[in-house]
Write a protein that binds this ligand. Structure first.
Ligand code: BG6
Length: 469
């Protein structure tokens, strides 16, 4: 209701869905198509902006919606689904599994048994792909026994975000940054994905997951890959994913001894976000009263390769933080020597900020002379590329792009099996180190920037988190 149907609706509005396309919602509960359409309408109206919900398009779109009741691990419902879909081996079928990961294998096997898998079928798997390396491998095996790798689309919606795509354009369509994009010129990189929401209604899932599995293993590592990867040969599926894989393999494991200096785990307590009082994590529904699941992570990450050795990547993400803001900050090194007298003011090193959301923008912070006759007064000023001002049309949701890619059969922006597994190998090193140390997460007040130890972690290195977040 929040992402998938609105994205398909947007495609329909853009006249990009052929008239015969159908969307079949599947759940355990039996319901008529009319009931499903009513639920979809209510949910979509709630989540879409009023000007996006075009009633004329809804008339057409609602005619595409159907519902089927199925038992994912049992027998019931599958023959009826097969009948509804009919034999159409040449038509593209996208099976989108927004389910718990342990159902991915069983559902694919049922799809095959019901004769629903054809060469034109694709399956979409939502993250998390498993809970650890072992479960991810088991899922990949079972799904891979039914679908070929080119039919499997492991979705990470961060990669589909416009500004994340723009990182590729910025890096590889401009010569300007190319000679500077390495440890000679870059001091460090920061990647922040801050949320103001709490766990909402997903306590049952989240409490078994935590921020490292929910956000770092996938979204933040994908962002890191796009910043750090070598130029791919072409913009095709294997060239791009091969380069990302090399970055994942270059991640330096964080073991037991590195945990205190390189990781911070936090958990929110009651506080106030955007002026409204909110409860603490342990009071949320579906959360164990003594849970030690982290809702905040900060990490100092190193890459062991030629380009990046010696350049720390500081990552942080958390729920119930002060602002919703996702940013990548490339902090360049200072000038080697200042020719300016102390009265000119302090020289700040250049910084490139990619604002992923909200207010999508690219900002390059430079030093400039303040106008005026009073001598050489220097000030840091941003060169600001605001997407809203420059491109004049709203940034569409990542799912609009990604669902289109699935239909077209282009997996470039989706995780390949080896990528997911490499990301788990590294993530597991941290999970294991945390487990052996057995330290509870540090509490932080909702509406702040997380535990003070996250600030201390970066300040120990003589650096600070980027402050205009
Ligand atoms: C999801 C996580 O993958 O991403 C959620 O499971 C998180 O916990 C969400 O809230 C954030 O996505 P976005 O696009 O709102 O930044």
């Amino acid at each position: 209701m929040r992402k998938l149907l609105p994205s398909l609706f947007q495609r329909d509005r853009g006249e990009q869905l052929p008239p015969e396309d159908r969307i079949i919602g599947v759940s355990r509960q039996a319901m008529s198509d009319d009931r499903y359409v009513a639920i979809a309408e209510e949910g979509m109206r709630r989540h879409m902006k009023p000007d996006e919900f075009d009633p004329a398009v809804w008339d057409r779109f609602s005619g595409r919606l159907h519902h089927a009741a199925i038992d994912a691990t049992g027998e019931s419902g599958w023959p009826e689904l097969a009948e509804t879909l009919g034999a159409a081996p040449d038509r593209v079928r996208m099976f989108y599994l927004a389910t718990a990961p342990d159902l991915f294998g069983p559902i694919c096997e049922r799809l095959q048994a019901a004769g629903l898998v054809t060469e034109q079928s694709r399956v979409v798997l939502e993250k998390p792909i498993g809970h650890d390396l072992y479960s991810a491998r088991c899922i990949n095996e079972r799904v891979g026994a039914v679908f070929s790798e080119h039919q499997i689309f492991r979705i990470d919606h961060y990669v589909g975000k416009e500004t994340v795509q723009n990182l590729m354009a910025l890096r590889f369509a401009n010569a300007l940054f190319q000679p500077l994009w390495n440890s000679t010129s870059i001091d460090h990189v920061q990647i922040t994905v801050a949320e103001t929401i709490g766990v909402e209604s997903r306590g049952g899932y989240y409490d078994h997951s935590g921020a490292l599995r929910d956000m770092v293993q996938n979204h933040l590592l994908q962002l890191l890959c796009l910043v750090a990867m070598e130029p791919p040969l072409h913009l095709d599926k294997d060239s791009v994913r091969d380069e990302k894989l090399k970055v994942l393999r270059a991640l330096k494991p964080i073991g037991r001894d590195e945990v205190p200096a390189c990781t911070v785990r936090g958990q929110y307590r009651a506080g106030a976000v955007d002026g409204a009082a909110v409860r603490g994590y342990l009071e949320e529904s579906g959360i164990a009263a003594d849970s030690d699941t982290e809702t905040f992570v900060a990490l100092k990450v190193e890459l062991q390769n030629w380009r990046w050795t010696g350049v720390p990547f500081y990552l942080r993400t958390g729920k119930r933080l002060q602002q919703k803001a996702s940013e990548i900050v490339i902090q360049f090194k200072p000038v080697p020597y200042s020719i300016f007298p102390p009265t000119s003011g302090e020289l700040a090193a250049n910084r490139l900020v990619l604002r992923l959301q909200p207010d999508e923008a690219v900002r390059l912070h430079l030093m400039a002379k303040e106008p005026g006759p009073g001598g050489m007064r220097l000030r840091e000023v941003p060169l600001n590329l605001s997407f809203a001002e420059t491109f004049k049309h709203p940034v569409s949701d990542a799912y609009v792009r990604l669902l289109g890619d699935v239909v077209r059969g282009d997996p470039t922006l989706f995780m390949r099996r080896d990528e997911v597994e490499a990301a788990w190998v590294w993530t597991e090193s941290i999970l294991e180190a945390w487990q052996t140390r057995g330290e509870p997460p540090k509490p932080y007040i909702a509406g702040t920037w997380g535990p003070s130890t996250a600030i201390a972690m970066i300040e120990r290195d003589g650096r600070t988190w980027h402050e205009d977040v």
